[in-house]
Design a protein around this ligand. Structure first.
Ligand SMILES: [Zn+2]
Length: 228
């Protein structure tokens, strides 16, 4: 059976990628990063999502280094998570929830894992449509990363190669959710809130994008929100 590594955060997009990869006929090798994110509840949710898909292997990678260096509202408690508007920092600014080089690091490790298990593809749920403006979520980055992998790996030089698939990169949140619902993706197990509480805050960038996506798709978000 052909294999796919899926970068699984436990959020809405990566959970959708699990469904997409399964639908494409892959045996799933989800990889979850515990990097000291304030919303580390997502790691627990990722375990439940992996169990839902009955994967044989779910690896959780602990990356203390990203917490040690901080530099992001998601890894440094002294930096507040912006609330009150999508991309609070402004149209062209990168918000404080950006984690330095996160997807560059994650995709490098996911590629290494893919090489070892013999996976032909790495799925990542980045989107450059309804997003916070992170540079490592854009199609330019995915293209360049694919080129780099071809140059940097044994699989790229002497094997069948490994490619990064970002099936949501040009999709709105609405389109992502519609696709996921058709695939029976267990959104009730996913979590998106940057605050990491049992109930989502409904106010941070991530909550707002999620709520808008479900509203636009004409569906009800199955996770609990704080009463407002
Ligand atoms: Zn939130």
């Amino acid at each position: 059976m052909k294999k796919a590594v899926v970068v699984l955060s436990g959020g809405l997009d990566s959970t959708t990628c699990m469904g997409i990869a399964r639908d494409a006929g892959y045996e799933l090798y989800p990889l979850t990063f515990h990097y000291g994110q304030r919303h580390d509840r997502e790691v627990e949710q990722a375990k439940k999502i992996a169990a839902f898909y009955r994967v044989p292997h779910h690896r959780i990678v602990t990356l203390d280094f990203l917490k040690q260096i901080g530099g992001s509202a998601l890894t440094d408690e002294t930096i507040a998570v912006p609330v009150g508007g999508v991309n609070e920092a402004g149209e062209n600014d990168i918000p404080s929830t950006y984690v330095p080089a996160r997807n560059l690091i994650f995709l490098s490790l996911a590629t290494a894992y893919a090489e070892v298990v013999g996976a032909e593809v790495v799925y990542i749920g980045v989107s450059a449509v309804d997003y916070s403006g992170y540079p490592d979520c854009r199609p330019e980055f995915i293209r360049a990363m694919n080129e780099t992998i071809g140059l940097a790996t044994k699989a790229g030089i002497a094997g069948a190669g490994i490619r990064i698939e970002a099936p949501l990169v040009h999709l709105s949140k609405k389109e992502t959710i519609e696709w996921g619902l058709r695939l029976g993706v267990p959104y009730e197990l996913s979590t998106s809130c940057y605050q990491g509480g049992e109930e989502a805050c409904g106010e941070c960038d991530s909550c707002r994008l999620r709520l808008k996506g479900f509203a636009d798709a004409g569906a009800k978000d199955p996770i609990p929100y704080k009463k407002r």
